[in-house]
Design a protein around this ligand. Structure first.
Ligand code: NAD
Length: 354
């Protein structure tokens, strides 16, 4: 067995249906009593559930969280927190809301409790991202890890199929890149394998029966493990490409991951055969890249870049932007091969080695 290093993150997790009710006790344990709730405009209903549970401990609701965490949004939320003298934030929602809570921890030292309601997995990582003047800056800092994470699958029952599919594939990506790698870490891999098993098995079940709370719980748990793998593992070409499309063309985060993942897996398959074979075995398919592509189709997630508004002429620019980044990837990345990968992803072709 090869040697390895592993650095854990300070996760505190409560998982289970109805566990959002444990929030008051968690606040008390930590001495927080003036809570600013964070959400997106669409998540007010879930935010109100939390407000009802916390009663007078809630001093305000900031419901303007946005995808990719614009600095202006961070500043508005910070102003509200300062005016109300908040001693912590509770973010309820997907990666956009979690990201706002993280940014407030990073810039203003405000502790955060996360109640994730999508499968983005951001709450399990120490990765932060803030967008200023159309440029998203990201970094790693343990201060952004939420003090407490509460996963309550009941809060995900309202997540529609159009978000469930891409969000689940987004979670798969965090796990897949940490197995289909030339530098596997056994602890990270074990969490990533768990994630792939539960997401690939239970994601289609949610689509066929949106009320299936057991399936929703399994995918939420899988997403948590995928986030854990990303948080203590690594990223590669796949994440750089998603960053390129999100940053340059403002494509939706989860959908971009869902579309590109099978193609980046196919790109690296030659040098990551042990990992890709492992993924195929877990998914009970012959080929990991094709299996992921088929899973995306099965759960109704977009499979081509053109479906999310990318034009053919954008592909050359994407190659240029991606090639300017430093990409840590098992397979060498060349402009020609990247262009072929993007051509395949643009059309939604069956993934193949480029
Ligand atoms: P999101 O948070 O924007 O949520 C997508 C949509 O789902 C929103 O409209 C939201 O209102 C809605 N929604 C959320 N929960 C719902 C529910 N229970 N019912 C109905 N609708 C619900 O998007 P996302 O995909 O969760 O997260 C994407 C963001 O997270 C990106 O900015 C990305 O960069 C970031 N992210 C960061 C990390 C990290 O480690 N830092 C990891 C993954 C994603």
């Amino acid at each position: 067995m090869m040697g390895f290093e592993y650095n854990a993150l300070p996760w505190n997790i409560i998982f289970g249906a109805g566990t959002v009710k444990k929030l008051p006790a968690e606040l008390k344990k930590r001495g927080y009593s003036k809570v600013l709730i964070l959400s997106t405009p669409g998540q007010k209903e879930n935010a109100n559930k939390v407000i009802k549970i916390l009663g007078a401990q809630v001093i305000g609701l900031f419901d303007k969280a946005k995808m990719h965490v614009p600095m202006k949004t961070v500043e508005s939320a910070a102003l509200m927190a300062a005016e109300l003298d908040a001693d912590c934030t509770v973010s309820i929602g997907g990666g956009s809301t979690t990201g706002l809570g993280k940014a407030l921890s990073l810039k203003y030292n405000l502790p955060n409790i996360a109640i994730p309601t999508t499968y983005a997995g951001s709450e399990m990582t120490n990765i932060w991202g803030i967008t200023e003047e159309n440029r998203k800056v990201t970094g790693r800092d343990d201060v952004v890890v939420p003090r407490q994470i509460i996963y309550d699958p009941e809060l995900t029952l309202t997540l529609p199929a159009s978000i469930v599919g891409p969000s689940g594939l987004n979670a798969m990506a965090q796990a897949v890149v940490n197995i289909a790698t030339d530098m596997p870490n056994p602890i990270v891999s074990s969490m990533a394998c768990e994630a792939i098993k539960f997401i690939s098995t239970y994601l289609p079940k949610i689509i066929s029966d949106p009320t299936d709370i057991d399936a929703r719980a399994h995918v939420l748990y899988g997403a948590s493990m995928a986030g854990a793998a990303l948080g203590t593992g690594t990223t590669s070409l796949h994440h750089k490409l998603c960053h390129t499309f999100g940053g340059t063309f403002n494509t939706p985060h989860a959908e971009t991951h869902a579309i590109l993942l099978p193609h980046s897996v196919a790109y690296n398959a030659r040098v990551t055969s042990i990992g890709t074979n492992k993924i195929a075995e877990i998914m009970q398919v012959k080929n990991a890249a094709i299996g992921i592509h088929e899973l995306a189709k099965k759960v109704g997630s977009p499979t081509s870049l053109k479906e999310i508004g990318i034009k053919k002429e954008d592909l050359d620019k994407a190659v240029t932007v991606a090639m300017e980044m430093s990409i840590n990837n098992p397979e060498p990345v060349t402009a020609d091969r990247l262009r072929q990968l993007l051509e395949n992803a643009y059309h939604g072709h069956v993934p193949s080695a480029c």
